[in-house]
Design a protein around this ligand. Structure first.
Ligand code: IMP
Ligand code: MG
Length: 369
């Protein structure tokens, strides 16, 4: 997945697929043009890459030129009046093939036709690498189409989003679910993660996915994945990441219409963080932030000992055990802090104060995403 300006794009058409479509365009055009020397006309800016790769695949002699359509400066009109820059060559009697990167509504193509109407060319053929049939509103014939694609915005291979993305050798498609808020919530034992997760899921309509709960649910209900996980646990082995990811995937699918997810207890390793990124990618989504509640060790020890007095949890009663759990937490999360920091997604939040104060701090992070 890539981000250009404010938008996310996912891999859509590989360089190999583009190459194949380009080869077919070149073969088809060569077959029709035969021994004539055609003039290939690229429409700048987008088609520079199409033209460059196309002519390398066109084995017979040919000429290449570019034109650019530009809006008239200073003309205020709802109709985008365009003029042509660069058609300096006499094309009388020539076979002209316009090479386009993409045909969307067909407005650009209409302008090309208008401009060529006065040129006494022998024939004018239109070739485009990409074509969005659902968006096309004109009747002009498209003689050669590399690939039909859905009516969604793409970038790469010459196509840009507000200036960026033209240099990408493959094509990316805009992601639909830009609005989702997916959080990875971290906090040392005693930081109040559970309490805060409960508030956040209410406030933002998120689904809280606690890996521990997901495991217990699957094992209790003897799902296929639960039984698989249990078989490893019974042997005293770690459950493979893929099994955990498959369980999380099932949870995400169950809540396909959620505003987003709070992941709790996962990931714990770099490999898991990458697996989670891949999972979100398949959902047209992404992890937006890792939020870690930061609480001083001494305060945590105090809180947990107090909790031990009432909860009766053995691991909350012994200070040495508590300190060890805290130490372990920092050792484990340091890696993930680096992983998410590298993506600019790490947010440390002061976890000392009243429950309400901490919720406010967490909310301001989420609202800023
Ligand atoms: P049309 O005039 O609507 O057919 O669109 C043609 C022009 O719009 C192209 O030359 C591109 O500059 C731009 N365009 C249309 N669809 C896309 C897209 O999905 N990504 C990037 N540019 C596009
Ligand atoms: Mg174009």
């Amino acid at each position: 997945m890539i981000k250009l300006h404010d938008k996310y794009f996912k891999p859509f058409i590989s360089a190999a697929q583009i190459d194949k479509a380009m080869q077919k365009l070149a073969d088809d055009i060569l077959k029709d043009v035969g021994d004539e020397i055609p003039v290939f006309v690229g429409i700048l800016n987008g088609s520079f890459m199409v033209v460059s790769d196309f002519v390398k695949k066109y084995k017979n002699p040919c000429e290449v030129t570019f034109i650019k359509l530009a809006s008239y400066e200073g003309v205020k009109s709802t109709e985008d009046i365009q003029r042509l820059i660069g058609l300096t060559q006499d094309l009388t009697g020539r076979t002209v093939v316009v090479l386009e990167d993409i045909i969307d509504t067909g407005n650009t193509l209409a302008e090309v036709h208008r401009i060529f109407k006065n040129e006494k060319v022998k024939s004018l053929k239109i070739a485009t690498l990409f074509y969005k049939p659902e968006a096309y509103k004109k009747d002009f014939k498209l003689h050669y189409v590399g690939m039909e694609i859905p009516n969604k915005f793409i970038v790469g291979y010459g196509l840009d989003y507000d200036g960026l993305g033209r240099n990408l050798p493959e094509v990316y498609q805009i992601k639909d679910t830009q609005h989702m808020t997916n959080l990875v919530l971290f906090g040392p034992p005693g930081a109040g993660k559970g309490t805060q997760a409960n508030f956040l899921k209410e406030k933002y309509n998120l689904v809280h996915i606690s890996t521990g709960d997901v495991f217990r649910y699957n094992i209790k209900n003897e799902t296929a994945l639960g039984m698989l996980a249990k078989s490893y646990m019974d042997k005293g082995e770690l459950v493979p990441d893929q099994v955990t990811i498959d369980m999380l995937n099932a949870e995400v699918e169950k809540n396909a219409d959620a505003n987003g997810f709070i992941f709790d207890g996962f990931p714990r390793t770099n490999a898991q963080a990458e697996a989670l990124d891949n999972l979100m990618d398949t959902k047209d989504s992404q992890i937006n932030a890792m939020i870690a509640l930061e609480v001083d060790d001494e305060i945590l020890v105090e809180r947990l000992l107090k909790r031990g007095e009432t909860s009766g949890r053995a691991d909350d009663a012994d200070e040495a055990i508590i300190r060890n759990r805290i130490k372990e937490y920092y050792q484990k999360t340091a890696i993930l802090k680096d992983f998410y920091s590298a993506q600019d997604k790490y947010y440390g939040v002061d976890g000392v104060g009243s429950i309400e104060d901490i919720t406010v701090r967490l909310s301001s992070v989420i609202d800023s995403l």
